[in-house]
Design a protein around this ligand. Structure first.
Ligand code: OOG
Ligand code: MG
Length: 260
């Protein structure tokens, strides 16, 4: 049975628009291949762009053992970051616009050059990087109970919802990204700690993987884009009044606040 990509993109877009969770796609179709899942993701992005959004960057997800274990999915995934999802400096997240948001710390690359696979190495990825900043991603699976299989989460643009980007950055080479530390704190309680090496051994290797993945589809990462490497700790619920802070070595502190 062939998969109607536009249908499932509309299904997910309605879930976003109506702020309600929906049944996983794999509960409704016999088989959803990864190619079909990325095709649904592409159709969903087209819908967002057709409404006047633009692309601010791209993301990886499920690049750490902490996240893979939390979500029960053991392979990295790739998605898009629409410009409308980048939070302003207040870090305030309007919860009325979301379904069941969670927050997680992210190392974020800002690109100074285009980057296109195949054959991109971690060193090439750093060469194309202008700076590295800290961030917090707000993820919001459109699926019931925040539960999904690998193809579901890919179709759902890897749960992308909002992102806060720090202002203090470093140039590549100014710090070793594998030992770069993060302390993630939610309402004053430390919920996770990690170093960059938690991300597939090296955050720059994650960026390279994404460039190589896009290269296979004739796509590239673009100068000026932000790229999230994936969370190194598990994600925590973001409710009304929740204050989440990621404190990084070298990259300063980033905070988001849930607003009813
Ligand atoms: C999928 C998105 C994963 C990350 O940083 O690992 C992700 C999810 O956990 O809902 O963004
Ligand atoms: Mg993430």
């Amino acid at each position: 049975m062939s998969i109607d990509h536009a249908h499932w993109a509309n299904y997910l877009m309605s879930a976003v628009d109506e702020r309600r969770d929906v049944q996983a796609i794999t509960k409704q179709v016999d088989e959803l291949s990864l190619d079909d899942a990325y095709a649904i993701q592409a159709a969903l992005l087209e819908l967002q762009l057709s409404r006047g959004d633009t692309l601010a960057g791209a993301k990886l997800g499920l690049t750490s053992v902490a996240k893979q274990e939390q979500m029960g999915v053991s392979e990295p995934v790739y998605g898009w970051v629409p410009a409308s999802t980048v939070l302003d400096e207040s870090g305030e997240v309007s919860l009325g616009e979301l379904i069941h948001p969670r927050c997680e710390p992210e190392i974020v690359f800002i690109l100074g050059d285009d980057l296109a696979g195949p054959g991109v190495t971690a060193a090439d990825a750093l060469d194309a990087t202008e700076k590295i900043v800290g961030g917090i991603e707000v993820i919001d699976s459109r699926f019931e109970k925040f539960s999904f299989t690998l193809p579901d989460v890919i179709a759902d643009n890897t749960s992308a919802a909002r992102v806060a980007i720090g202002t203090d950055g470093i140039a590549p080479g100014e710090a070793d990204l594998t030992t770069l530390g993060c302390v993630f704190e939610v309402d004053g309680e430390i919920t996770g700690t990690a170093t960059g090496a938690a991300l597939l051994g090296d955050p720059a290797a994650c960026l390279a993987m994404l460039a190589n993945h896009l290269g296979k589809h004739g796509q590239k990462l673009e100068k000026g884009w932000l790229v999230m490497a994936g969370a190194a700790t598990d994600a925590r619920p973001l409710g009304a009044g929740t204050i989440a802070t990621a404190r990084y070595s070298h990259l300063g502190t980033v905070t988001v606040k849930g607003k009813a």
